[in-house]
Design a protein around this ligand. Structure first.
Ligand code: DP6
Length: 328
């Protein structure tokens, strides 16, 4: 027996208010809520079929056979799908990113969003949206933010069914541009999952968490009102707070490179001449520089001339995860 292969596409997202630290690391229930924007030009496309002939799950990423912890993580999600659908077949998973994997560009978010959508459809599961977001979250926390479209909030919650995402506004609501200054395509040495586990070793994490509801309110409202300067201020502050926690964890986590700091300083110079622009950095050295579309060419040109910047990707707000083919 073979189920029909189902292909799904999902975009990575850039967090404007970051998720860092877990309340429940097994279920990826976060210590604080977060808000992000999907990135239209980047995507993961994943095809899943459950097949009688397989003796274990098979996973290829960008054409390479994957084994070890990455395969185990995919298998865990597939087992949850099998359990819910009442099927015992192993799956063939073929996934492709059109951007570098594992460098702080949220490939696990788009990867697990696409996997969840494709696997549940291939298994014939009919889940309501909340259930789907919660299932994606158990693969990678931020994956639940890559299923709804546009600007998305992930409500922290305290229990499995309370921790899900929703769209604050669609991708058409506000045309921001994320100019991603790529300074490294190397896989990071400490994964986000390992980093989340260290968050509570920082003395600063408690203060960061205590103030998170205030930052979430400001960010949500700034998005609703398309208030660029309010968004810029809160997003830079939130990114700095997360990196302050990382740097003061035990052991200390430094995701930045010298080039990262150089780009942040360049954005600070842009502030001085009133360019509508702000920076935010995830768990990697690349810098996301968000701006209004009328200045994006100038911003991207400036960034691409900085030392160590190999390319600048420009991304607009992206839509929801979607099924590409389904004959079910
Ligand atoms: C810094 O969602 O990648 O990008 O749940 O362990 O897979 P896991 O972590 P992940 O963490 C994202 C961390 C971040 C901030 C964010 O996207 O909110």
């Amino acid at each position: 027996m073979l189920t029909n292969p189902v292909t799904a596409t999902a975009h990575p997202n850039i967090a404007l208010i970051k998720y860092w630290g877990d309340l429940n690391p097994i279920l990826h229930i976060p210590a604080n809520g977060s808000i992000s924007m999907n990135l239209a030009e980047l995507f993961t496309q994943t095809t899943v079929s459950f097949e009688q002939s397989l003796e274990h799950d098979q996973f290829t990423l960008d054409g390479k056979h994957i084994s070890g912890p990455s395969l185990e993580r995919v298998s865990k999600l597939l087992s949850r799908v099998r359990h819910r659908a009442g099927i015992g077949l192993y799956a063939r998973v073929e996934s492709n990113n059109n951007f570098p994997t594992g460098v702080g560009m949220a490939s696990s978010a788009s990867g697990f969003a696409a996997l969840t959508l494709a696997a549940t459809q291939a298994a014939g599961l009919e889940l309501d949206e909340k259930d789907l977001y919660c299932l994606a979250r158990t693969g990678s926390g931020s994956a639940c933010r890559s299923i709804p479209g546009g600007f998305v909030e992930w409500l922290a919650g305290e229990r499995d069914e309370e921790s899900y995402a929703y769209s604050i506004a669609s991708s058409e609501h506000w045309d921001l541009v994320d100019c991603i200054a790529v300074v490294s395509q190397d896989e990071k040495l400490v994964s986000s999952s390992q980093g989340h586990a260290l968050a509570n070793t920082s003395l600063l994490q408690a203060s960061r968490l205590a103030d998170a509801p205030r930052r979430l309110d400001i960010c949500r409202e700034a998005i609703r009102q398309c208030d660029f300067s309010a968004l810029a201020q809160v997003a830079e502050m939130d990114s700095n707070l997360m990196h302050a926690v990382m740097i003061t964890s035990e052991p200390a986590l430094f995701y930045w490179k010298p080039e990262t700091v150089r780009i942040i300083q360049e954005v600070q110079s842009m502030h001085k001449v009133d360019l509508p622009v702000f920076y935010t950095v995830d768990a990697g050295p690349n810098v996301h520089v968000l701006c209004e579309p009328e200045v994006c060419k100038e911003v991207a040109d400036t960034l691409s001339q900085l030392p160590g910047v190999s390319q600048v990707l420009q991304c607009h707000p992206g839509g929801p995860a979607r099924i590409e083919n389904s004959t079910i």
